[in-house]
Design a binder for this molecule. Structure first.
Ligand code: AN0
Ligand code: CP
Length: 317
């Protein structure tokens, strides 16, 4: 594996899941694979889970790890070619990328949507420059449009907790005070569409996601209807994808908060969220603290999803 940004990069999803469960059973079995190999994890944005789980996964494989927070201590990077650099940006990403690559074997990049220009975000302008100029395998630690390590961990978690062959999985929008990217729901849809699940997306009108990720998924604008019979409720906020209001918040409707009354409509569903989550905006205290909440197990599986990706990249160096 040279690149990991979407579900397709995993190839056969059942084989990837099998590998994930093998890794989880003995996460130190491939400790020799990463000997004298270095992972560089580059963060343009904040992170708790991705930062820690990626380092842990690399350490399980015997790798050395370097973490760079671009906005803390590095030079401010210009990302646009042709700019006269007479402002506050001291270094161009076109030098920075090959320099960073010269110190490592594999690179992980976190670079969120900036909501300044939809075209820039949806062409993955930053992440794709790493893929193009690093000359190293590159994986997304959440780009502008996808968060595949999260969605892979989500799928692993659903596989572990499902009690029927083909569970009903509902991705529901929920309110949030700040504009958030579409990367998490995009990747969740990307993975669920390839998995053996009955997949439904529920959101207020105007919050339609990119059809490239939604594909044939069912859309249900009535959240209560969507919840009926669900086996998994996956909550997430996202901002508008449509051109006219791209990156905007058009609703903060608190009637979309996931609460106990709504969970009672489900088939005793598990509650999932990628975290970080704002309590009593996205989900009530009662639901996230209930025995059916599997957000911690879900986060723990981030170590596993990342380890599968790193293992495959190391095997292919
Ligand atoms: C980010 C998002 O919604 O994409 C990261 C989630 C993993 N969330 C926030 O910025 C709060
Ligand atoms: N779920 C997730 O990616 O969390 P962080 O933003 O804390 O890494």
């Amino acid at each position: 594996m040279r690149v990991f940004t979407t579900v397709k990069d995993l190839g056969d999803l059942n084989a990837a899941l099998k590998e994930a469960f093998e890794v989880k059973k003995n996460r130190f079995a491939y400790k020799a694979l990463g000997e004298n190999k270095t992972l560089l994890a580059v963060f343009f944005n904040s992170s708790l889970r991705t930062r820690l789980s990626t380092q842990k996964a690399a350490m399980n494989l015997g790798m050395n790890v370097i973490v760079l927070d671009v906005n803390q201590g590095a030079w401010r990077l210009e990302t646009e070619r042709g700019v006269v650099m007479d402002g506050d940006k001291s270094e161009h990403i076109l030098e920075a990328i090959p320099v960073m690559a010269s110190y490592c074997d594999i690179i992980g990049v976190r670079s969120f949507a900036q909501f300044e220009n939809k075209q820039d975000d949806y062409s993955e302008k930053i992440l794709n420059q790493f893929i193009r100029y690093a000359g190293r395998p590159v994986f997304s630690m959440e780009g502008a449009t996808t968060h595949p390590l999260q969605a892979f961990a989500d799928l692993i978690t659903i596989e572990e907790f499902k009690t029927k062959e083909r569970p009903k999985v509902v991705l529901t929008w929920a309110p949030h005070p700040k504009a958030l990217p579409q990367a998490v729901p995009n990747s969740f849809a990307d993975f669920m569409n390839e998995a053996d699940v009955d997949f439904v997306i529920s959101h207020p009108e105007g919050y339609e996601l990119d059809p490239k990720f939604v594909r044939g998924a069912k859309i249900e604008y009535d959240q209560r209807k969507a919840f009926i019979g669900a086996d998994f409720i996956y909550a997430k906020n996202w901002s508008v994808f449509e051109d006219a209001d791209y990156g905007q918040i058009i609703s903060k409707d608190r009637s979309w908060t996931v609460d106990t009354a709504k969970m009672a409509l489900t088939n005793d569903a598990f509650f999932m969220h990628c975290l970080p989550v704002r309590r009593n905006m996205i989900v009530t205290d009662d639901v996230i603290e209930s025995p059916k909440s599997i957000v911690i197990q879900e986060a723990a599986n981030r170590e596993i999803s990342c380890q599968v990706v790193l293992k495959r990249m190391l095997e292919n160096l």
